[in-house]
Design a protein around this ligand. Sequence first.
Ligand code: AMP
Length: 402
Amino acid sequence: MSEGTRVLVLNAGSSSVKYQLIDMLDGTRLASGLVERIGESGGRLVHTPRSGLKRESLQVFPGHDAALKAVAEELAADGVGLDSPELAAIGHRVVHGGKRFTVPTLITDEVLTEIRRLIPVAPLHNPANITGIEVARDLRPDLPQVAVFDTAFHASMPEYAARYAIDRAVADEHRVRRYGFHGTSHQYVSRATAALLGKDPAEVNVIVLHLGNGASASAVSGGVCVDTSMGLTPLEGLVMGTRSGDVDAGVVFHLHRVGGMSIDEIDDLLNRRSGLLGLCGDNDMREIMRRAEEGDADARLAFDTYIHRLRKYIGGYYAVLGRVDAIAFTAGVGENAAPVRAAATAGLAELGIAVDAELNSIRSGEARVISPEYARVTVAVVPTDEELEIAQQTFALVHSAV
Ligand code: AMP
């Protein structure tokens, strides 16, 4: 086993790769970066070394192999190359683990074949994740590579929360069930929330609201996920930047039969042209709040629809959990948009939920409580750190495999 203490975390998307090199002794970020527009013109690599002085390189990256080779060169230039004996493992974010992968998994040929078998349920994500794994294995075939699945944390959901109420045989044949996503974030944030309360995760019930461009809510009881808002795909649940979240499945039939739209067109509509963007033409919450503030009716409707759905999930998960100790806001919107936090929790004093306006307005990168001391439910802002969680799970697996 490697004596190294560093983990490289790779998050390969269809046309991008995000990476972080983390020293597990103290969690130091030795480097991080992003390659964008892989396979397109106008490729860009932005690399941030430990010093914080960003380096940008504009070039064409024909594929993920070219992108990862460029990343390897940047790391080598910083003296933290992939050939370093300090590198203990590479941790890969893999979006869909299906029913089989419920824990971080050492990648073998057989595991890779299984991840490939899941492509039909994650056609947008798993192919890119697989490419990232293949290229990284070519670069360092001797190094342990670990897959950390976005669905894994939700595998603990009881069957009645994971099932859609459709014919069981059909559902089972096509692996149609609620898997949930953003699991690494929900796991990290629920644990960090318990730490903020000075409690063991096993002692607390938390509603986690991961509000980024994609958004999801989860109900976590004693450290175990018991429900989450995303389903078979990341389309279900909250209103998101460009995704509709919950719609009556009948909308799809209607748009096909009456609207004459093809299935691919409806897929594109619901995933990429809906949500906040579909309602008001913008998907950035900053812009929407600014427009709403200036009296723009479309932006106001988008904001109100977003908040209404969020409140329904808060109420729903309150009932699922029975007792709620904390509500944690995280990701781009959750960590930064005080008006969203205020509106999502307004008027819920009967449920023990309140937000202190002054605490809510403080800007900080730290985990912090924003509810008044008297409130029964702690409302908190808890920055997510999916990369650190992936690195920790990867490192723990490599070290347990002695
Ligand atoms: P994420 O997917 O977690 O990176 O979140 C990205 C989203 O966070 C953006 O699309 C914005 O809508 C939102 N966001 C980022 N910064 C702010 C901010 N200061 N205020 C409101 N929303 C923000």
